[in-house]
Design a protein around this ligand. Structure first.
Ligand SMILES: [Cu+2]
Length: 233
């Protein structure tokens, strides 16, 4: 970049002999530039940066051009920490706390639910081993079958749910059991019930006029009571 291009405000110096006495002499050039200090400084700055890049043979010397603002850098660090915390929370909840996503157990033709031999024709609780149960629940407008289930405390229950007609929901109060129930699909989740109590379950996907009447109860009984009932029956 030539001297002229760099500072257009500065007048070209003329030889002393050609100088018009009414015009500023060469020695006054800097004084003329000082009348526009802002423009002058800006021009000088541009020149310095571009010249540095052009003259530098070492790419590492241009690193000052990639300046990250202090506050921007701070937010970048905070964002990285938040992502790391979320990732750790997901890993802990999946492996230590036992959070699960409802899994698609199988596909099923909803028109065959009432066929002979289908577990959905007469759904309910089946004991697989002491303290281990599987529970089939069929949803239809506007009820669950069965809608009252009793298990002893300490039981592990694997839920299988499907719908005979439209989309329903299955939410078991105070537990992680929360599933969408779709016709044609069997969803499954497993939960352990350590303490006696009554857990309500409701349909939480709007399914029509009497949706609000669609609920049931899982009753976890003290183990002794369950045994006593078993003996007297
Ligand atoms: Cu519903």
């Amino acid at each position: 970049m030539s001297e002229q291009e760099r500072d257009p405000l500065a007048e070209e110096p003329k030889p002393e002999s050609e100088a018009n006495p009414s015009e500023p002499a060469a020695s006054d050039v800097s004084a003329a530039s000082d009348e526009y200090p802002a423009a002058h400084e800006h021009d000088e700055h541009d020149h310095d940066v571009l010249a540095d890049v052009a003259e530098s043979s070492d790419p590492m010397e241009t690193k000052d051009l990639l300046h990250v603002d202090f506050f921007e850098g701070t937010w970048m660090r905070i964002s990285a920490v938040v992502i790391a915390v979320f990732f750790i929370a997901v890993v802990i909840s999946a492996f230590a706390v036992g959070f699960q996503l409802p899994g698609v157990y199988e596909r099923i033709d909803p028109t065959t639910l009432y066929d002979e031999g289908s577990p959905w024709a007469d759904p309910g609780l089946r004991e697989l081993a002491p303290g281990k149960y599987e529970l089939y629940i069929r949803a239809q407008i506007w009820s669950f079958t069965p809608n009252i289930v009793r298990v002893p405390a300490g039981s592990e229950v694997t839920f299988y749910v499907t719908s005979a007609d439209v989309q329903h929901g299955f939410k078991l109060q105070d537990t992680n059991i929360n599933m969408m129930i779709l016709p044609g699909q069997v969803n499954t989740l497993t939960a352990k019930f350590k303490n006696p109590g009554t857990y309500d379950f409701v349909c939480h996907e709007y399914c029509g006029q009497l949706h609000h009447t669609m609920y049931g109860q899982l009753i976890v009984e003290p183990e002794q009571v369950a045994e006593t009932e078993g003996e007297t029956d």
